[in-house]
Design a protein around this ligand. Sequence first.
Ligand code: PEP
Ligand code: CO
Length: 483
Amino acid sequence: MANWTPHSWRDESFDLRQQPTDWPDPDALDAALKELRGMPPLIFAGEARALKNQLARAASGEAFVLQAGDCAETFENLTADRVRDLLKTVLQVAVVLTYSAGVPVVKIGRVAGQYAKPRSSPVETTGDGAEVPTYRGDMINRVHLSEEARTPDPENIVLAYHQAASTLNLLRSFTKGGFADLAAVHAWNMAFVASSNEGRRYEAFAGRIDAALRFMKTCQIDSPAMHETDLFTSHEALFLPYEEALTRQDSTANDAWYDCSAHMLWIGTRTNALTSAHVEFLSGVGNPIGLKVGPDMTSQDLRALCDRLDPDREPGRLTLVSRMGSDLIDDRLPPLIEAVAEESHPVVWMCDPMHGNTVTSQSGLKTRHFDVVLAELAQYFEVHRRCGTWPGGIHLELTGDNVTECIGGSDQVRDDDLHLHYETACDPRLNARQSLDLAFRAAELLEALQTAGTPQQGPVFGRAAPPARELPQLRVVHPNPRS
Ligand code: PEP
Ligand code: CO
């Protein structure tokens, strides 16, 4: 950290993975990055700090986080309707979670910059047996299966910046301009419940939200928070030259460095080794950061990574995104939670129930089963209940569109249906209705968790008995060594 600079990740001592190396014209790449360095930042560092403060509350059990959006955004898919529908879905899910968790929900989109993808293989085979470079996200190349589309083009890097700016602009208008009105979002949820095959199961819950809102209206309780909201942006900080070019010093905070491409950046499982260039890069920026934690992570490595990414034990700085797979989470997650707690890192724990549960369907398409996703989420909550820790948040790949990419949900998308609207450029996403199904099921889990409480403390989340709700008294380890 002492020798950190925005380009120290380039040092050969670091393990640099998942970067395209086949740029046909290196001068054009340099020119694109130079152009980017001259562009205004996409976010203001103060906003990243505001998010960090909200995440600090999630670390201590006083907030819950919803991080959600596309696996891979594409340039082609940027339309006002799609951005609106994604936001609509995120807001709908957030309202359900807010009511059931009994704490504010911090909303973070996988949006306005999720344009670079890690891949398992550097090549892909076309229908006629030819090998072409793998798709690495629209920031690098295009998804179409041809040599030409797959050749990295530096113009994409600049275009990614402009697309992100335009998406962010629209999100800011929607969230502040009346679209996020709580009463409207709730009305959308009521319409969903009325049309859902699981309607009866969700009705009681939605009815309670309805009653709460009517009561507030009767009492003339009103605040700006009921009419507008914040949606923070995030993406995997994968293509490091882009991130470096948008890393700026904040004159209002002692010239600290911030990656101004998004409010929050995360490190994926393919680049999360201790020696990784990605870990080096994100260790030096002031943003809140995420670290994906997969089933192969050892307690020892996680301790070392937490030390490296959060040496000051700063609440809200580090979010650990567990993505174990439904068959492994019960075995792998508890020792990791213990290890982090022993070291007193005030992290947010979050569950990504998507990436450990990707399978190939009978029809040959990459998919995920709704029930398996839900099963990982249920186990995640249960593991945290046993450990006495706050289950912090959920991380989902979803879209507001009516796609058929994941199997199941109350509309029962079947294997045979997948081809109907299979539109993702990378991983299968929950569609809008499956996302709401998941929200209501997660709400049931959160409420059950609150009634059950932790093994040590009994029912601590408290709707079981008055007062209506106490803050969860969890075994959250929260000391800041400096204070
Ligand atoms: C992702 O979040 O899109 C992703 C690739 O996840 P992971 O690094 O956990 O596999
Ligand atoms: Co993905």
